[in-house]
Write a protein that binds this ligand. Structure first.
Ligand code: ZN
Length: 86
């Protein structure tokens, strides 16, 4: 029986929205979405461990995305959480 593995499994979590910013692609000024994409190493189609994580800001209109540093993402999420608690 062959061992089947891959990197195919993607988990996309949407964590909220940031303040409106103008999109360089579609020109709309909307709150961008904060997205975390985790790519899993899979064995026999079962996710085994997270292989790579991308932190993105995505335009809600055209879907254009900017990748952020992990730290910038963390700052943004903690800022977002502190705001939503008030
Ligand atoms: Zn856009």
């Amino acid at each position: 029986m062959p061992i089947i593995f891959g990197w195919g499994k993607k988990k996309i979590e949407e964590l909220g929205e940031i303040n409106a910013r103008k999109c360089g692609r579609c020109g709309n000024e909307k709150p961008w979405r904060i997205i975390k994409v985790t790519i899993w190493f899979t064995l026999f189609f079962i996710p085994v461990f997270p292989y790579k994580t991308h932190y993105l800001l995505s335009c809600p209109i055209c879907g254009d995305a900017l990748e952020m540093e992990k730290q910038a993402y963390k700052d943004m999420v903690s800022d977002f959480e502190s705001k939503s608690q008030k």
